[in-house]
Design a protein around this ligand. Structure first.
Ligand code: NAX
Length: 340
């Protein structure tokens, strides 16, 4: 006899619901890939007024997919409705970077989106909500959400540590490059880290990489030349490569990374492994406290923990510091614009 869903539903908000990433992400959430095969899902789809009709079209397709776990779908342009009782939030919707647009202009436009969304999350979401920021500049948008949540302290129980930004796509891209180079299946690779910002300054780091089957350290099998001349630049610029080949930005792989991030957060990381997560620094590895930077993280009982005790050599230090400086420059822009 087929099993029937038994657990209480999770309420999941996805912003930018009529966009490219959401078109893949929503169907994978509804299929049970994030919260497990017995957890029903309520979806809350937030869009700007001009795109609500398109999001309603996506909701029709979700309905037509007859997902056994999909309990309820609501489409709205109102933040209060969208975030009400949310257990998990994917902040995907963002203003895209216009051709030739300055970074400060992008940060200003997105600050106006993510600040109010942070306040609404404080006001309406579950106190235990887990938030993943996908919309770019993801780390800095997440920092703006953190600031909004912290401004609401007193009224809000939402923890800053529950606000994360996505570097899992960079992590997955790096894993795929290394697996191909070493002719090993992805499942054999463990302990890769992406440090810093989800930008071209990010540092995909294979120092601790090991073979899950044998325990062998793998970094020595990768030449310095390949790492610095091919691997790091290729991973850091993979988004541009996809745009030039595909004609539009990575959407399905971004959705897949968002699924991986939230699934691991709710269900735990693989034994012996870790993944890359951007979250407010606690000062680990010399990253200034509060900066939303990517670290090696394990999910333990539904909480991200930064893996401690890794030795950082001079070359790693310089690369981490460069990406941290990039984040600090973005943080300075946010302050100069009065967004926090
Ligand atoms: P699309 O332009 O296809 O969709 C974005 C959607 O967001 C649009 O439908 C738009 O109407 C909506 N939106 C805009 N402002 C909104 C608001 N205030 N509330 C609700 N919805 C709003 O972009 P898509 O390809 O889906 O990408 C979304 C974001 O992800 C972009 O910022 C993109 O740069 C970012 N990415 C982040 C990645 C990461 O690894 N962190 C990788 C993939 C992607 O580039």
């Amino acid at each position: 006899m087929a099993s029937t869903p038994a657990l209480a539903p999770v309420t999941v908000t996805v912003t930018g619901a009529a966009g490219q990433i959401a078109y893949s992400l929503l169907f994978r959430i509804a299929a049970g890939e994030v919260f497990g095969p017995t957890t029903p899902v309520n979806l809350r789809l937030l869009e700007i007024p001009n795109a609500v009709t398109a999001a309603e079209g996506v909701a029709l397709e979700l309905f037509d997919s007859a997902f056994p776990l999909l309990n309820d779908v609501e489409v709205t342009d109102g933040r209060a409705t969208a975030f009400a009782g949310a257990d998990a939030v994917f902040l995907v919707g963002a203003k895209p970077r216009g051709k030739g647009a300055e970074r400060a202009a992008l940060i200003a436009d997105n600050g106006k989106i993510f600040g109010p969304q942070g306040h609404a999350i404080s006001d309406y979401a579950s106190d235990d909500v887990r938030v993943l920021v996908v919309g770019n500049p993801a780390n800095t948008n997440a920092a703006i959400v953190v600031a909004a949540v912290e401004n609401e302290r007193g009224g809000s129980g939402v923890s800053a540590g529950h606000i994360t930004a996505m570097t899992r796509l960079d992590h997955n891209r790096a894993l795929a490059q290394v697996a191909a180079k070493l002719s090993l299946p992805i499942s054999r690779l463990q302990r890769l880290t992406v440090w810093g910002n989800h930008s071209t300054t990010q540092f995909p780091d294979v120092t601790e990489l090991r073979d899950a089957a044998t325990g062998e350290a793998l970094a020595a099998r990768l030449s310095e030349h390949w790492l610095t001349e091919e691997f790091i630049p290729r991973v850091a610029r993979r988004g541009s490569e996809i745009i030039s080949v595909r004609g539009s930005s990575s959407a399905a792989s971004a959705a897949s990374a968002a699924v991986d991030h939230m699934r691991d957060w709710f269900q735990g990381t693989r034994e012996g492994d870790w993944v890359s997560v951007a979250l407010p620094s606690d000062g680990s590895y010399g990253v200034p406290e509060g900066l939303v930077s990517s670290f090696p993280c394990r999910s333990v009982n539904g909480e991200w923990e930064i893996v401690q005790g890794l030795e950082i050599g001079d070359v790693q230090r310089a690369r981490i510091d460069a990406s941290v400086a990039d984040l600090q420059a973005e943080a300075a822009t946010v302050r100069a614009l009065g967004l926090v």
